[in-house]
Design a protein around this ligand. Structure first.
Ligand SMILES: NC(=O)c1ccc[n+]([C@@H]2O[C@H](COP(=O)([O-])OP(=O)(O)OC[C@H]3O[C@@H](n4cnc5c(N)ncnc54)[C@H](OP(=O)(O)O)[C@@H]3O)[C@@H](O)[C@H]2O)c1
Length: 292
């Protein structure tokens, strides 16, 4: 592993600017390029070099970090002839197929390519516990790990270039499902004039960390084995619980589609033969949908 001392950042939106400021603060020799050049003014005042064009941006540093709006934007700004011999680490969001296509495009143009995803907002860039996910070229990751560690906690996921954005999307999926679960539960509590703050104390301060998270951690290995023992509660029992949530929502006058939807997943699992298993057998329903 070598420490890369010269880095180019292409794309100076809120995230690209945070990456550039962090690299500069950590003593890297920094070159920047942005479609709207004046967004680099503050960085230049702090010691960054403003590349005159994208070709100079690529050729000036050992590694080029891309932080643009999306994958399409990359194709718009780069002249593929200029890519030969460069090392690209791309941190924009997108889909696994887009990431794999970008890797193919870069490799065919003679560049090394590593894909990545940023799991924190701009103000947490540079914090040692801020996770950045990477996938694709192991060689690029290993060679530039010291530079990547400047930005946060770099996690290499595997050679499949699509993995970083897939993990990113899966974690956002978890975040939105958890937020909606909490919001619906808080709405239920609010129907009896319980404040969200009061409810959060028990729901987020105790229930999630003491009951929900540990039981999912314990049962995750069982998901991989499709092992859903109904020893402590069957799908039928869970359907009763989901029915209570649905009926209570209706009774209390709050939106009932979310529990109805969760109940529908359990009913489908029962129809498909998982009635005596525990609720996590719903995993089989989700996987089937994913393959469809
Ligand atoms: N902000 C966050 O909290 C966050 C967190 C995690 C991941 N990300 C990801 O990081 C990436 C960058 O996000 P961001 O928040 O910095 O802002 P953004 O609005 O997603 O991207 C802004 C950058 O894209 C450039 N751009 C857009 N269209 C362009 C075009 N047609 N040609 C050339 N450049 C173009 C902008 O240039 P101009 O300045 O000239 O418009 C600017 O450099 C995104 O993929 C985002 O999903 C962001």
């Amino acid at each position: 592993m070598t420490t890369t001392s010269s880095v180019t950042v292409v794309g100076l939106g809120p995230m690209g600017t945070a990456l550039a400021e962090t690299l500069l603060r950590q003593g890297h020799s920094l070159t920047v390029w942005n479609r709207t050049p004046e967004k680099a003014d503050a960085l230049v005042a702090q010691g960054a070099h403003r590349a005159a064009d994208i070709t100079e941006a690529l050729s000036t540093s050992e590694v080029t970090v891309l932080c643009l709006k999306d994958y399409d934007t990359i194709y718009r700004i780069f002249d593929t002839d200029a890519l030969h011999g460069s090392v690209l680490i791309n941190l924009n969001s997108g889909t696994p197929a887009e990431a794999r296509a970008a890797a193919k495009w870069a490799t065919e143009a003679g560049a090394d390519y590593l894909d990545g995803a940023i799991m924190v907002p701009p103000f947490l860039v540079g914090h040692p516990e801020s996770v950045f996910l990477y996938s694709g070229s192991r060689d690029v990751f290993d060679k530039h790990q010291a530079t990547l560690t400047t930005l946060g906690d770099p996690r290499y996921l595997g050679t499949d270039t699509g993995l970083a954005v897939l993990y990113n999307t899966a974690l956002l999926d978890l975040m939105y499902a958890t937020m909606n679960g909490f919001l619906h539960a808080a709405a239920l509590a609010s129907s009896a004039d319980v404040s969200a703050e009061t409810f959060a104390e028990l729901a987020l301060g105790w229930f999630l960390p003491f009951v929900v998270t540990p039981s999912l951690v314990e049962q995750a290995p069982d998901l991989d084995k499709a092992n859903y023992p109904g020893t402590y509660g069957t799908m039928e029992m869970n359907l009763n619980a989901l029915d209570h949530i649905t009926r209570t929502s209706v009774e209390q006058g709050i939106h009932a589609d979310l529990p109805r939807l969760m109940k529908a997943f359990g009913e489908q699992a029962t129809t498909e033969g998982y009635g005596a298993n525990n609720y996590l057998a719903v995993f089989e329903i989700f996987k089937k949908r994913a393959k469809a």
